[in-house]
Write a new protein. Structure first.
Length: 202
């Protein structure tokens, strides 16, 4: 303490000002680091997680719609009904394929690839049976194919995998959001601590 007391006033101001400058620089560095982490988390949520949830939901609906119009085709008695149901079925399958193509580059969370492969493969299996039923010679034979335990199991497995995939993306997005909030809180606490130290030095 005697060394500090013996320093000239000009030197004391220089040291104090230097410490304040150092603390300000450290505050800036930590603030940039924290805000960058928050930005990365939010960017991933908006650019990856939310689009993934939307696309997986779109595929889930497309799977359900395909099944719906397959069943409708079994009941159609007129050419007009058959044409309408066929067009809706084709549209549902096209929606699934387009959504899958858009979704594939977004896959990144642990376990997400396996779930995506599952519902894509199981829906492909169901589509094979669905296509086979469309070429059946009689309605009874078509019903046997489309209502078979294998078709129902493939469809259920695809829908379950879609649900799990959507839940995975939602949970991951929530975690990323919480991480971003925590990063912001840490930056605020650090700023308060730096301000208190700076004021005490003045």
């Amino acid at each position: 303490m005697s060394v500090v007391r013996n320093l000239p006033v000009a030197h004391k101001f220089t040291v104090a000002f230097g410490i304040v400058c150092l603390l300000s620089a450290l505050l800036g560095v930590f603030a940039i680091f924290g805000l960058n982490r928050a930005k990365s988390a939010l960017s991933k949520t908006f650019d990856n997680t939310m689009p993934s949830v939307r696309l997986v939901d779109s595929m889930r609906v497309a799977i359900t719609e395909t099944r719906r119009w397959d069943l409708a085709l079994l009941l159609c008695k007129t050419d007009e009904c058959t044409a309408r149901a066929t067009a809706r079925r084709v549209k549902a399958i096209a929606t699934f394929d387009a959504s899958m193509e858009e979704y594939a580059p977004l896959i990144g969370y642990p376990g997400e690839r396996e779930l995506a492969d599952t519902f894509r493969q199981k829906f492909a299996e169901y589509r094979q049976m669905s296509d086979k039923s469309r070429g059946a010679s009689t309605t009874d034979y078509a019903s046997q194919i489309i209502l078979s335990p294998e078709a129902i199991a493939a469809l259920d497995a695809a829908q379950v995998a879609c649900d799990k995939d959507a839940a995975l993306n939602v949970d991951s997005g929530v975690k990323e959001g919480k991480d971003a909030i925590q990063s912001g809180h840490r930056v605020i606490l650090l700023a308060i601590a730096m301000i208190v130290i700076t004021v005490s030095l003045c």
